[in-house]
Design a protein around this ligand. Structure first.
Ligand code: HEC
Length: 129
């Protein structure tokens, strides 16, 4: 390294501002999408996962599926998320659901997506009247 460069480097390292900026560059603030993902929007998931096709836009049910009003009386968020992931086993262990299912031609299909999406959907559903 030429002497001038070395002198310059030594000088730069001696400056507090150099260390301050070096440190703040070493630990950049994580991108918002990594650190704080936007909260999942239950209402949007209800639409994007096509729940409304069978349960209706206002969740009042159609000839394909029952009403989804008042679910908080029957479900915890975790159980509901599990039901959404795989509905079928729940019919065997929940008589009310089995009776409901008997009224419809096709069963509730599994909800594809992530666990976080299903939990957000479940929490949103339970918060609705
Ligand atoms: C193809 C029609 C269909 C679609 C699409 C569908 N469901 Fe269902 N769903 C049903 C049927 C039929 C039942 C009755 C129980 C069963 O068959 O498992 C049901 C039951 C339910 C229940 C239980 C209701 C209760 O009384 O406890 C919930 C909650 C539910 N669905 C939520 C959803 C959500 C959320 C979506 C979208 C991710 C969705 N469903 C998509 C047909 C559907």
């Amino acid at each position: 390294m030429p002497t001038v460069m070395r002198a310059l480097t030594v000088y730069l390292f001696s400056l507090p501002m150099f260390w301050l900026s070096a440190c703040s560059e070493a630990a950049p603030a994580p991108a918002p999408s990594d650190a704080n993902p936007l909260p999942l929007d239950g209402a949007a998931l209800y639409r994007s996962k096509n729940c409304l096709t069978c349960h209706g836009k206002d969740r009042s049910g159609t000839m394909l599926a029952p009403s989804l009003h008042g679910l908080a009386a029957h479900w915890s968020a975790e159980d509901l998320a599990s039901f959404l992931r795989e509905p079928k086993p729940w019919l065997a262990k929940n008589e009310r659901l089995a009776t409901t299912a008997a009224n419809y031609r096709s069963p509730m299909p599994p909800t594809f997506g992530t666990d976080a999406e299903r939990l957000a959907l479940a929490q949103w559903l339970l918060a609705q009247p």
